[in-house]
Ligand binder design. Sequence first.
Ligand SMILES: Nc1ncnc2c1ncn2[C@@H]1O[C@H](COP(=O)(O)OP(=O)(O)OP(=O)(O)O)[C@@H](O)[C@H]1O
Ligand SMILES: [Zn+2]
Length: 740
Amino acid sequence: MHTINTGDADEVASVVALAARLRVLLPLPLADAYDYRAPVGAVVPVGAFVVVPLGRRQSIGVVWDGDPNPGLSEKRLRSVEQVLDAPPMTATLRRFVDWVAAYTLSPPGAVLRMAMSAPSALEAPAPRAGWRRAPHPPDGARITPPRRRVLDLLADDTPRAGGQIAEAASVAPAILRGMADAGLIEPALMPRQAAFTRPDPDHPGPSLGPEQATAADALRAAVSRRAFSTTLLTGVTGSGKTEVYFEAVAQALREGRQALVLLPEIALSAQWLDRFRGRFGVAPALWHSELTPRTRRETWRAVAEGEAPVLVGARSALFLPFPDLGLIVVDEEHETAFKQEEGVVYHARDMAVVRARLSSAACVLASATPSLESTTNAATGRYASVHLPARHGGAEMPDVALIDLRRTPPERGHFLSPPLVEAVTQTLARGEQAMLFLNRRGYAPMTLCRACGHRLRCPNCTAWLVEHRAARRLQCHHCGHVEAPPEACPNCGAPHSTVPIGPGVERVLEEATALWPEARRLVMASDTIPGPAAAAAAAQAIQNREVDLIIGTQIVAKGWHFPHLTLVGVVDADLGLAGGDLRASERTFQLLHQVAGRAGREEHRGRVLLQSFAPEHPVMQALVSGDLDAFMEAEANDRRPGHWPPFGRLAALIVSSEDERAAERTARDLGLAAPGGEGVEVLGPAPAPLAILRGRHRRRLLLKTRRDIAVQPLLQDWLAKVTVPGNVRVQVDVDPVGFL
Ligand SMILES: Nc1ncnc2c1ncn2[C@@H]1O[C@H](COP(=O)(O)OP(=O)(O)OP(=O)(O)O)[C@@H](O)[C@H]1O
Ligand SMILES: [Zn+2]
């Protein structure tokens, strides 16, 4: 001992100690991974799921990359308790977690948590027990007819579950017990069934038209390169983009890789699933928030084991443990539903591109109304582009016209103008379907006292209470606050003095009921179509012509194909243009163009009528001309000079607190510490448009930079300069899409 040079000994000791240490990232919003002592004698790969002590509790974490901290004393080190029998998290997914954390300025553990959304899936699934024929049954055992049936069933030596045997051989479960006691059958573990049948890429699906075929070739080629690429797939509404990207999915299957399709609203995807089955013969794996815990666990595990070749899901599916993803499709890529606004604030469309890059996979962004971000990336050559110029099957694009509400207003207290009423009447008379679109749930967006002018407000938010007349209540659409409609004005006490102001879909329904009492009407809004089953039933009823008139909010704009729908009336085309949102025009155009695109998708030409007080507005003009490219170019020209996205970068800080003065003070401190310099600008602090939300006072600051300046380092320095008290939260939103 004494002869050894102490310096060397230290070094040897530290190497040994380091080798025995593991960095473990926990699915918690902690600043970094923690170090643990590796289990003795076990080789634990990076990415392994491990159980570790955390305070007095245990947590599952993932062995993470990077070097443990040698400074941490051996005494303080605690040991990994267990290595779970689950496929380790791939390097690709670990890099993705790190990337998303760095980009969104979130703790890596908070992102990891999204990649561990079914923790129970990490425990090896308990093998299921069944029965098989005993290989050496005793001589002379009694073989009754029921026993014979069981033995015949088990003659192929495949173990089967007790319930399954009882049913197939029509015997009571007690018979099996008796046979086991007699030594005729014995317990056996059943082979695990593949959770999802492999979709068949060569299942005969619809045959593609020539333009579709060319587009499909390009996508297939992108997938078979097995390298990163992004392709923007555009095409008019009804051109068959889905059928085309299915060919990319088929190619990923042929390559033996997995495919992920992200849809903005999975609850509304009944028609999509039918088409998938039509193309591939089986259903894909599904991933969304309404799965049962069991399905969630099984799906997660199947994905990790490579047993879910195609998965369709909501944005959270991006964090599933695919071992070898070959394709990610983001359908309706322009949809804001891809932006997650709570917790880790990220945009699934943008992160899909990142995951595809890390996976050497192809990414396909599909939309009839692509975002300016994607259009610009396609124009600069960063994305490839594929376009379908015409509707499938020769259907014509609808004829879009404006109704000037200043010239032909509705009757007082009504919302449908005479030309729109006339058009609906004619459509119904021809036995075709009509749709009235208004992006507002409920009966009326505001309620006012006729006597004193008081407006009914949410007690927790800067928002009016929305009347839901059918449900007999007033509701805040921001925090969910609900109250009964008051008997008297809460301000002046006048009895029965409240009046509804403006329309929601329920009020349009009321008007439609009076106008077309014979028509079979259906309201489609998130509160009347609460889940996948209701959405599927509604779509079926419309397809079967059990509905004449559809009245709906934005959920009717999403990808539906209703063959008999020929008229779409937009009740308030100006609705989305109010407010100072950077993308108000773009969004309004996208939404209305999508709604319009539901009309006339088969043999009869569709007609679209837009009621507007501003028919000369560029958005209205673009909708009428249908010239998407010109509109997007005008949008680009508006944003380019001021370095607004996508020609510059934005990040928002949202300061909130139940204590208004605390929020104000932190916002002011942030304002004083704001970064500056060439190409960097900070707007605010200013009260958020939703100045109070769920009882929290909110202030906003907006960092705007030139495109070549990354916002993350600026944000990091900025936030480090300000002490945020415990009762104040500062949320970072990189690339904000909402400005409330
Ligand atoms: N090659 C084809 N053979 C048969 N049917 C097709 C074919 N291509 C598309 N269709 C059908 O045409 C309809 C429109 O296609 P699809 O919904 O894919 O268009 P889309 O471009 O996604 O439209 P939107 O952008 O409006 O959602 C669907 O009912 C689809 O099944
Ligand atoms: Zn509220």
